[in-house]
Every structure is written in structure tokens, then in C-alpha cells.
Design a binder for this molecule. Structure first.
Ligand code: SF4
Length: 351
């Protein structure tokens, strides 16, 4: 890469960004805390659905101090629907560390940022460059795809060495000014022009005359990456347990998948009505009536839940340390039930 090529690349990308950047709330009045929250929310999630969550979150939790002091229950409620709740937990842990050890201000170095829970290479680079103007790369999946195509890199981008090759190229490409815009522009072009899952829109791409993949006619077949392992399938029966106007829900354990969140009671496998009655006997509840509820599926990164729902009316309101009885109102406002159960929350609220 020579200087002329580099300058041309930077200029075209930034000019395109100035005209085409999506108007997003975290790009207005850039503040470190706001950049951080947006970057954490955007991990493994598309931009469009994040906007509403972000605005609601910032209204109630406007700064680091309020995040550090927020109850876990409320944090989960505000995060409900975004998924990957460990991101929220790590963000709060990091906020508490920042309050204690960094005088309440996000640190302005890559190393210090990376010392905080939930902040890895990418997020540290994004915060440092966007919020502080530090010349640091922010290489996410979008950037890897764009740069693999621009450089016609035919190695497997899932491999560490190939990723490193791309990171080195990005390091050399970073401008000395507007580095935050440059990083955002690379991600933005990856999200809207040099798209995944479909042909890249090379005809309208400002980088096309600099893009080896396009010029060689191989852009659409890049990047090369390892096939993902098939997800484990898990079948389960979900019980919407009703007694008068109350519903039983329980808190998940503090570790593993969806820690500390609330859920409807469930049991492994698709159970017949007789089997359901037997399970309820073990829970000391006598079944009055079993009615069908929707089937639903939720896809996690490595796992798929296949759920068969049942509304189970019981004759006795068994109290237990394992579950609580809640009203519809509490389910809506108080308890954080992950989006995996969205179909059942909707169903129960409409009943
Ligand atoms: S020319 Fe095509 S392949 Fe190259 S960066 Fe632009 S959209 Fe991607």
C-alpha cells in the first residue's frame, strides 16, 4: 500500500460517510459514556432495533454513576429483549470499577479500557477512536469482510493469522485526523454497501476502483470463513402456570445461560398431558386443566430451544423457594423475562 493509495482510500471513505452516514442517536453530541453504551448494545445485534433500547436506557441511566448504582433487576428490565445479558452485567461491573478507580471517567487508553469487564480489542478501539480521537483500529465483522474483499484476501478469516493480517492493514490505513469517523465509516460501508449474505453493492461503492476483490471479480465469494458448527437442539415443555389471576415464574441460576433472569417453569422434552400431571405432582400442585399455548423457537449462538407451551391451571397455590406467583402487571413492569420467552409473555398478557 503506498501513500497515494492510502490517502485516496481515506478520502473516498470519509467523503462517502459524510454524505451517507445513518443518523443515529449515539452519533449526536459524542460522549464517552454514550459511545460505550451504544457499542455494548450493538454487539451481536443489528443497528435498527438498538436505537429504541438505547434511547430508553439513556433516559433512565444517563451517566456512569447512575449505571453503577442501578439495581440488577432494573438493569435487566431495561435490557429485556436485547439478549446476551452478560453484556449488561459486565457493563455495570465496569461502571463500578470506573467510579472507584478512574474518578468516574472512562479511561483514555486502550490498555486501561481493556482492563474493564466486557471491553475487548474491538470495543476498546471503538471507544478510544470515536470518543477520544485516539488512533486505534476497531475491527469488527463488517470491517473484516470489507477489508478481505478490498485486499482480495483468500485466507480463512476465522484464522488468527489472517485476521491479524487484516488488522495490520487497517492499522496502516488509519488517518491521523477523524479516526473515529474513519472507523465508523468502514463499519457503515460494511453494513450498508459491502453487505453480508448477498452480493456486495460494488457499483455504488466509493471504494470500487481501489478494491482488488471487485477488480478481480471475486468479491462476492469473500471472505472465506469456517463453517459454523450446527447448533444443539433442545426440546422443552413450557408451563404458564395459572392460579386465579396469578402466574408462577422462577429465577434462573446465577451462572450459565441467561443468569438471574426470570422464566416460566419448564421441563425437558415435549410432554403429554399425563406426563405434565406427573411433573406437577412432584411440584405438589394438582392440575385442574391443561390448555394449549403456542409453540415457539429461540435460536441462541450455539443452541436452539424448541418450546411447546401449555397453560396449566392448578387447584392449589403451592408456595416454594423455587418460584414466585406474579401478576400480569408485575411480569410487564418488574420481572425481566428474556426474549426467548417473548411469545409466551405476549400470550399471557393477551389472555
Ligand atoms: S467494491 Fe464491492 S467488494 Fe469492494 S468494498 Fe466496495 S462493495 Fe465491497
Amino acid at each position: 500500500m503506498d501513500d497515494v493509495w492510502r490517502r485516496e482510500f481515506q478520502q473516498r471513505l470519509l467523503e462517502w460517510y459524510d454524505k451517507n452516514a445513518r443518523k443515529l442517536p449515539w452519533r449526536v453530541g459524542v460522549l464517552p459514556y454514550r459511545v460505550w453504551v451504544s457499542e455494548i448494545m450493538l454487539q451481536q445485534t443489528r443497528v435498527e432495533p438498538v436505537v429504541a433500547y438505547y434511547e430508553r436506557f439513556l433516559t433512565e441511566v444517563p451517566n456512569l454513576k447512575s449505571l453503577a448504582e442501578l439495581s440488577e433487576e432494573r438493569l435487566f428490565k431495561l435490557w429485556e429483549g436485547l439478549g446476551y445479558y452478560h453484556r449488561a452485567l459486565n457493563m455495570q461491573k465496569a461502571a463500578r470499577i470506573v467510579m472507584q478507580s478512574f474518578q468516574g471517567e472512562l479511561p483514555q487508553s486502550i490498555e486501561a479500557l481493556k482492563s474493564l469487564p466486557g471491553i475487548g480489542d474491538y470495543t476498546a478501539g471503538a471507544i478510544a477512536s470515536i470518543a477520544f480521537g485516539i488512533r486505534a483500529r476497531a475491527v469488527d465483522g463488517n470491517v473484516i469482510r470489507v477489508m478481505a474483499r478490498v485486499g482480495a484476501i483468500t485466507g480463512n478469516v476465522s484464522e488468527r493469522l489472517v485476521k491479524k493480517e487484516i488488522e495490520d492493514v487497517v492499522d496502516k490505513l488509519l488517518p491521523h485526523e477523524r479516526v473515529g469517523d474513519f472507523n465508523q465509516a468502514l463499519m457503515e460501508i460494511g453494513a450498508t454497501v459491502c453487505i453480508p449474505n448477498g452480493a456486495p453493492k460494488c457499483q455504488v461503492c466509493p471504494l470500487n476502483s481501489l478494491c482488488k476483490g471487485f477488480l478481480e471479480g471475486i468479491a462476492g465469494s469473500l471472505p472465506i470463513q469456517s463453517k459454523k458448527k450446527p447448533r444443539t437442539q433442545s426440546d422443552m415443555s413450557v408451563f404458564l402456570i395459572r392460579f386465579e389471576n396469578q402466574i408462577a415464574i422462577r429465577k434462573r441460576v446465577a451462572s450459565g445461560l441467561l443468569p438471574n433472569l426470570w422464566e416460566f417453569l419448564s421441563y425437558e422434552g415435549f410432554l403429554s398431558n399425563e406426563q405434565i400431571k406427573e411433573v406437577f405432582r412432584q411440584w405438589n400442585m394438582e392440575v385442574e386443566e391443561i390448555l394449549p399455548a403456542p409453540s415457539s423457537q429461540h435460536v441462541f449462538t450455539h443452541l436452539v430451544w424448541n418450546m411447546q407451551g401449555h397453560v396449566v391451571w392448578v387447584k392449589n397455590k403451592e408456595e416454594s423457594l423455587e418460584w414466585v406467583w406474579s401478576s400480569k402487571e408485575e411480569i410487564l413492569k418488574k420481572y425481566s423475562i428474556p426474549s426467548a420467552y417473548r411469545a409466551y409473555v405476549k400470550f399471557i398478557l393477551n389472555q
